[in-house]
Design a protein around this ligand. Sequence first.
Ligand code: PBG
Length: 325
Amino acid sequence: MMKRPRRLRRTPAIRRMVRETSVSVDDFIYPVFVKHGKGEKEPIPSMAGQYRLSVDELTKESATVWSLGIPGVILFGLPKKKDELGSEAYAQDGIVQQAVTAIKDKVPEMAVFTDVCLCQYTDHGHCGIIRNGYVDNDTTLEILSRVALSHARAGADFVAPSDMMDGRVRAIRDTLEREGFKETGILAYAVKYVSSFYGPFRDAADSAPQFGDRASYQMDPANVREAVREALIDVEEGADIIMIKPALPCLDIIHQVHTCVDLPVAAYNVSGEYAMVKAADQRGWVEGEKVMMEMLLSIKRAGADVILTYFAKEAARVLIEHAGK
Ligand code: PBG
């Protein structure tokens, strides 16, 4: 007898019932950029619909994000000034620290994640401390631990190291435990590749390296076994959530890591992935909203439990509109 798989596709109700994967607002973390000042809402040219916000505007935005059902935000800070050590990154009155406290005050139930890295804060734009022209791993660990601790003190639920230094999850975990922050979690950017898809973010955060590139610490996109190794190291060192970044060029990696670790897996749908959809949509070349939902679905289907995405608010609105369809 002929096999007829189309029977399961015949009506919307049947399709909805047998659908294997779904995207939910519960999966999202919304990335936001925070800057000094008051009443500031500065559009980011390469990321249509995204802004650099001052703390007062960010707290308003956080309330909107929460009201849409999005459970968390991740904060990226733009410091007043940059220096060799990235010292605003660990200043207790630094921009991210202020923002965390303000959000926790206004929307206490929302999960607040903070990016822990130095590239926005250093004058050379690298993710660590430079010694003899090279990013020095172990000196950087001390600074990163101070950054993470300052975020925990400000009230962050999770710190998210994105620097790709060796041993940083353990260094941060030890520091948090020692200082009494046993409940502060670590979302580890465990598998972070060198990628040109970060371009718009580096505009937004003014964080491009001033010399060389990040290839001596971020991973080579040609490698998959190394991704598994990196993920397992971060599990061992005490991470709570394992992240893969970028998302779309790495669906195979997400899948692979998902099968190898038993912690929640996150994927970062990065700035370039967002910007391309926006640009094509503005020209009428693709239907942006549909492409967005298809992308998010593919990331979920690959095995991500959590998606960091600039689309979070738009996708939440689509999901609300389409509920039960
Ligand atoms: C900081 C950091 C970057 C991103 C997140 N954290 C940039 C980079 O590594 O150069 C990129 C996020 C995005 O492109 O949306 N290290």
